[in-house]
Design a protein. Sequence first.
Length: 271
Amino acid sequence: MSSLKISSLFQVKGKVVLITGGSRGIGKMIAAGFVRNGAKVYISSRSAKDCEATATELNELGPGVCIPLPADLQKYEEVERLAKQLSSKEQILDVLVNNAGAVWGAPVDEFPDSGFTKVMTLNVQRVFSVIQKVLPLLRAAADRTKKGSTYKDPARIINIGSVEGLWVAPHDTFSYSASKAALHHLSRHLAAKLGPDGVVSNTIACGLFPTKLTDYIMKTNGDWLVDSVPLRRSGEPQDVAGTALFLSSSAGAYINGATITLDGGLLVSRL
């Protein structure tokens, strides 16, 4: 029964974590949570400068460490390079957080084909690409804890989804909402396929969090959106970091194929 102690239930100390889109926004919030709790965190983003600046900032938090691995994940060859770089540094990967994403807004009659392709590629296809390329490291992490046919501490895939993939938003982000709905289902499909290998896959469907991605909508509809949340506030760093830490700890080891709505009640208030 000692495993029921709070100190061990939510322990992530020493775990190896990769967070895409980890230099800012929700990715940075999650990275900070892991570093503060003793994990070894690799962050990736398109901008090497931003990646390095965030790593320097988070390393001051301790006791964990943050290591920059910049990559432009729109490009398949960059996904391959990122995976090779990580494999040259680590033999295992305990947690993969797929947070890198893009958004595009335009009226339905004017929505550009290139914008639709960009969002769907990064938000869905490249999530699959990253998972595919680091899967050997995830399987290796799970194998370390295998007891017979049971994985005591499975590797984790955490996909950052959105409530926009669960309801019809009042703004013209057609490709974004479609991509997040696809990501949610991709995560469930992977959960069924990879669970027997000791790799679980879950989604955090985020609501309103102040980030660069939501900067425009916060400026134009921020008051209305916050008023629509039953808790009357937007998400804060501890909300999303805490959820990711829970899913990555022994407390969340039996969760697989779930979509956790993290929105303060926004979704249920719109039903």
